[in-house]
Design a protein around this ligand. Sequence first.
Ligand code: ADP
Ligand code: MG
Length: 460
Amino acid sequence: MTDNLFTALPLPAALVANLESLDYRQMTPVQQQSLPLILEGHDLIAKAKTGSGKTAAFAIGLISKLVLKQYAPQALVLCPTRELGAQVATEIRRLVRYQPNIKVLTLCGGQPIGPQIGSLEHGAHILVGTPGRLIDHLSRQTLSLNHIKTLVLDEADRMLDMGFHDDIEKIIRNIRGKRQTLLFSATYPPGIRKLSADFQKNPVEVNVESVLTGNKVRQLCFEVDEASRSDALIRLLEHFHPASTVIFCNTKQICRDVHDLLLNQKFSALALHGDLDQSERNQILVQFSNKSCSILVATDVAARGLDIKDLQAVINYNLFPKPDVYIHRIGRTGRAEKEGLAISLYRKKEAHKLKAIAELQGFHPELKTMASLPELPATSIVPPMVTLCISGGKKQKIRPGDILGAITGEAGLPGSCVGQIDIFDFHSYVAIERQFADKVLERLTNGRIKGRSLKVRTIH
Ligand code: ADP
Ligand code: MG
C-alpha cells in the first residue's frame, strides 16, 4: 500500500520532509479520506472521533493554500475550548516549522486581549481561536476576516453543545469572499446538519469510525529461564531493533539492574522509577519523547500517565501477576495506526498468566522460543536526536520561537534539524538531529538567545 503515504499527495517537498521528521509517513484514515478532497478545494463535513488525526488533515489543507507575502489572516480554526485551541495551534506550528515565516496566532479567552491585538497588528497567517474571544475582537474591530480562505470548525458538535451557535454564525457572516469550509464533528446531530446547510457549499461527506488505538499490536512471548533473561533481552533488542522502546520491570531494583545491563551493552537507555525527583523525571521524559534516548526502563508506577507517541515497542521484562497490567502496558505501542510490537519474557511456570491474558483480550499472544530467532550480527540502536539544555526558561520569557530563531537565524542552521522543544521555568530543552548537534551547541554557546547569552550543554 503506497496510496496512504503523504508522498502520494500534491504537497510541497519541504512540507512532506517535515512530516517525515515528525514521523508522519502514513496518513491516518481520516487524513487519507479527506486530504485529497481538501486539497481539491471541496467543502467537507467529516465525522471522526477524537484521536483520529483530524488536526493534521485540516492543517495541511490550509497551510498549502497560504500566500506567505500576504500578512493577513487567511485561515481560521474555531475550537470549542482554550485547551483544544492551544493543542491545535501547537500541532499547526509543528506542521509549519519548515517555513519559519508562517505566523500562527491563538485567539482564546483566558489570555489578556492586549497582546493579541498587538500580534494581529503585526499580521498573522493562521488564526486558532474560541468563538467568544473572536467575537470580542470583531466587536472591537481589532480583527478583519476579509482574507480568510479556509474556515475550519473543529469539534463542531461540542461547540454547539456549549451554546456557540450564534457566535459561530456571527463570525462566519464576517468572512467575505470565497472560502473553503471544513467541518469536523464526532456526531451529526440536527444542529450540525443545519450549520452545514447554512454555511457550506456542496460539502463532501467523510465518515471514519476508527480511532488511533493500540489494536494493531503484534504480541510475541518468549520463553526464558532466570539465567537467560538478560541475554534474551539484549538479543531481542538487537533482533527487532526498535527505534523507541519502553521496558517494563516489576520492581525498582529490577529496573535499575536492567538499566545497568543496557548501559554496559552500550544501549542508549534511561531508567524511570519512583526514586526520582520531579525535575529528573521531566528531563528523562523529555529525552525519551524527543528521540534522543531510545530505551526507557520503567516500573508501572513510574510510567503512570506516560503519554509517549510513536512508541515502537513495549517489552515486558517480567510478566505482572495481573493480566490487566499487561493490557495496559502494551496499549502504549501501536498508536496512530502504526503496527506496534509487544514482547514479553515468560517462564514456563507462568503459563497461567498467559492464559489469563488471552482470556482477558480474547486471543492468544504468539508463543516463540529464543532459538527460533536467526543469528544476526549485532547492530547498535542510535537515537536520531541529541538533547541540549539551555539555562533559560519561562521565567526568562524564552519561547520555542526564540530557540528556533537562534538556531536558524543567527546560527544559520536549517530548521529541519530542530526537533521537540520543551520549556520549563528556568531552563529549556531542544532536540537537535545528531549530526548537527555539535554545530548547534557551538553556535548557541557563542551566540545569543533573545538577546542574552545563555549556558547551553548536551544532556546524556
Ligand atoms: P483529533 O483531532 O482527531 O483528536 P489529533 O489531530 O489530535 O486527533 O491527532 C492525534 C494524534 O495523532 C496526535 O498526537 C498527532 O500528532 C498524531 N498524528 C496525527 N496524524 C498522524 C500521522 N499521519 N502519523 C502519525 N501520527 C499522527
Ligand atoms: Mg482535534
